[in-house]
Design a protein around this ligand. Sequence first.
Ligand SMILES: Nc1ncnc2c1ncn2[C@@H]1O[C@H](COP(=O)(O)OP(=O)(O)OP(=O)(O)O)[C@@H](O)[C@H]1O
Ligand SMILES: [Zn+2]
Length: 574
Amino acid sequence: MARHLITSALPYINGIKHLGNMVGSMLPADVYARYLRQRGHEVLYICATDEHGTPAELAAKEAGLPVDEFCAGQHDAQKAVYDGFGLEFDYFGRSSSEQNIEITQHFARRLKENGFIEERAIRQVFSLADDRFLPDRYIVGTCPHCGYDKARGDQCENCTRVLDPTDLIEPRSAISGSADLEIRETKHLFLLQSKLAGEVEAWIDACGDTWPTLASSIARKWLTEGLHDRSITRDLDWGVPVPADTWPELAAEGKVFYVWFDAPIEYIGATKEWADRAGAGEVRDWKSWWYEPAGADNVRYTEFMAKDNVPFHTVMFPATQLGTREPWKKVDYVKAFNWLTYYGGKFSTSQRRGVFTDAALELLPADYWRYFLMANAPESDDTSFSWELFSSVVNKDLADTLGNFVNRVLSFSRKRFGDTVPAGAEAGEAERKLGGEIAGLLAEYERHMEDLQFRKAAQALRALWSAGNSYLEEKAPWLEIKTDQDAAALTLRTAMNLIHLYAVVSEPFIPASAKAMRAAFALADDTAAWVTAEEAAALAAVPAGTAFTVPPVLFAKITEDDLAAYRERFGGEE
Ligand SMILES: Nc1ncnc2c1ncn2[C@@H]1O[C@H](COP(=O)(O)OP(=O)(O)OP(=O)(O)O)[C@@H](O)[C@H]1O
Ligand SMILES: [Zn+2]
């Protein structure tokens, strides 16, 4: 048994997330966490809303609410959707928590003591039309590297290069669109990343080769381009305040830390939020997950995110941790994703393009989405969502292969043999062959899950479901029953054992359906969290005589009419 710390990139607070966000961060983390828990590991899965920064301020203004109130409401709204998706966080916190403020300020003080933070007067973009300094994100223009015309002052989301506002060609205010910008002098804190570059590189040399290429190549590209000192404070009202004991002047001016400085620290902050909410008599030691001398040296830490977030997690956050000169737990494995696109184009929160997670749950239960998204996760390349692909996967894999098998087997057996699992003949050659095949596929599934290869894992899972169908077709109990009751009973009993096995091993992907499948059998002791190879081969966990019920249809097929309605509602043109 190992201790696994899992975090997924923090969803930003300014609105309900789309399916791209879901598959690029939280959903795979949940699937992995569930799998590891089932395998008996100690797991802590932490996530939180990322609440600071200009977009939150602006969204609150638009909603006519004070920003703290706006964030509290949005946090609850997001959490409700994640509950609907079956995401089992151990804790889902808020980056505006007092715990995060305290730890972020601590990090900043330590970095200063060690000579990695410096005060510098900088010339910053001031928008006359908006009467304010413009944070990087709120200056847009053309990317000097790739020519993308909506690049932001901090990063070009087209080529992922990190930018400075002054790099942009034809800069303008993202708030008003005004190009009436002038440069004014103001003081800010700088994180001296250039001084830490060598250490970050050595750290990546030591562990980065085990990461997926997507993660290690982005990290290396960043290092090759040179780690520049970055301003880590902003002129905003909403954020972690610069601590007055350390920087009285900047604190008096109301400077706050840049959102990308405090957001990754919230992984630690949220763990402390979790610990602070321990019930009476419950021990929750946040340091044992994050502080190496307190036990975190034997934690395996896995992070989930899409590619735009990789530089911050593989370079900037580790540099911050290293610079404290304190033994903070650093990431062991960075699971990075490409983009999920909507018919080949960008999902867009601002343009409401694509399918949003709340709307998805209005259409269909979470398991349909969970399975589809994971089976088509943008692991090695961008993946295009289309309603046509979605409905074909749901209909083929979930409705025809799994759902139909469950329903067919249980209904037929009940009709012919009543409400308990029939006894019938001893297992024969066909069952031994099936058992061997199932054990092999299960081992394959486990291997892909251990390797965090989710598409391959979903394929292996589907192969397990298919093996049941092939067995059933081959044995044809609806024919066997005409000549040999015992043979038909054996086939059905074996198929019911497959259903139980599917219920156990499919849980990470389709937890609600897995629960319904498992609940079909009234087993005296049904606490097994996983299936061993021997158990898989034996297919005997559900003995003859066990009472069962036929659950309602697990997965309804998506019809041509549904498809037309979805396309109409969400806009599904190529
Ligand atoms: N289309 C996508 N496919 C996969 N992952 C995505 C996609 N868009 C965003 N992500 C990831 O979702 C996570 C949460 O992102 P966040 O809430 O910051 O939204 P975002 O990156 O601003 O996305 P958007 O601008 O589309 O709303 C991040 O890890 C981000 O990389
Ligand atoms: Zn670019």
